[in-house]
Design a binder for this molecule. Structure first.
Ligand code: CP
Length: 326
């Protein structure tokens, strides 16, 4: 068990080894139990986390902020537009200065081609851990909560279980591709056979695909890609279907929005869920476009675990914060 994570950043999913992710899971389950028993666990007394947001959030803000308070510290919510960033504060200033005020710097910056570079530039200048609250490439804390939820529902031995990571239609906006990219990187390390399904224009980043294939080979798991949503759902143990944008195909958001419209039949509904195993679980990181991306019947149905998934954000994040900032 690798326990020394003090001072470490978590920006990409592979920043922590599989053994270190196992440690995060163990600590997360322990913290979930402690909260259920109302047992105090102030591992970060007097510590403060800067939470810098360049994009809106419900779950990420709520779970980091509540998590820091439960650990005896404080999460400081900072909207980028309320800072001097637009008047000249560079990532170096943020890393250097926030690193002197705070004990950790968490950042959400999902702008395509910008977010991940921004986080890495802050981390280079920071003396304290930088935590990725979602960038254009990765959403590692969502993925840790997803893994925790899968272990709760399917057990710790996930070998030969089939997980579908599918694109789904959504009309609201071109969503980041960070969730599917984090899933295909992390889940094969835990033995899940991953099937990635998407229409041709919704390819993920080639370098992430290569890394996912490498992880699957290394850990003896399957990794397949298809453009057939129904075929992908067949006999699945875990269905994870969400929308993302066509940014790899075209950087033009208007063209991307036009392409999305062609695929309105890529909705997760009761008929498609019947193709999966009877005890399959349905997952989504939320927010979802209800009755566009997924029907109410599936989202609120017996196979849906979306609220456990959202809750586990807090426990997984508390584990990483306690291990890296303690
Ligand atoms: N899943 C997730 O990251 O939710 P928010 O965008 O509400 O933080």
């Amino acid at each position: 068990m690798q326990t020394f994570l003090h001072g470490r950043d978590l920006i990409g999913d592979l920043d922590f080894t599989k053994e270190e992710v196992e440690t995060v899971l163990d600590v997360a389950f322990d913290l979930k139990r402690k909260r259920a028993l109302n047992e105090p666990h102030p591992y970060l007394r007097d510590k403060v986390l800067a939470m810098l947001f360049f994009f809106s959030s419900t779950r990420t803000r709520g779970s980091f902020e509540a998590g820091m308070a439960q650990l005896g510290g404080h999460g400081a919510f900072i909207e980028s537009k309320s800072t001097q960033i637009s008047h000249g504060d560079t990532p170096k200033e943020i890393g250097e200065i926030f690193g002197r005020y705070y004990d950790g710097i968490a950042i959400r910056h999902v702008d395509w081609g910008i977010g991940n570079s921004y986080l890495n530039a802050v981390a280079k200048a920071s003396r304290v851990p930088v935590l990725n609250m979602q960038c254009d490439i990765y959403h590692p804390f969502q993925c840790l909560a997803d893994l925790m939820t899968i272990v709760e529902k399917k057990g710790r031995d996930l070998r030969r279980k089939k997980m579908v990571v599918s694109w789904a239609y959504a009309a609201s906006y071109q969503k980041p591709m960070s969730v599917p990219q984090s899933l295909i990187l992390q889940m094969p390390r835990f033995g899940l056979d991953v099937v990635l399904a998407h229409p041709p224009e919704f390819r993920l980043m080639p370098e992430i695909m290569e890394q996912a294939q490498e992880q699957a080979r290394k850990f003896g798991a399957g990794f397949e890609v298809t453009d057939d949503m129904e075929a992908a759902f067949k006999d699945a143990d875990i269905v994870y279907a969400k929308s993302w944008g066509a940014m790899v195909h075209t950087p033009d958001p208007e063209e991307g929005a036009k392409i999305i419209k062609k695929y309105s039949h890529w909705i997760t509904d009761e008929k498609k869920m019947k193709l999966a195993k009877p005890d399959a679980i349905y997952m989504h990181p939320l927010p979802a476009d209800r009755n566009i991306e997924v029907t109410d019947g599936v989202m609120d149905g017996p196979q849906s675990v979306v609220y456990d998934e959202a809750e586990n954000r807090m426990h997984a994040q508390k584990a990483v914060m306690a291990l890296t900032m303690g």
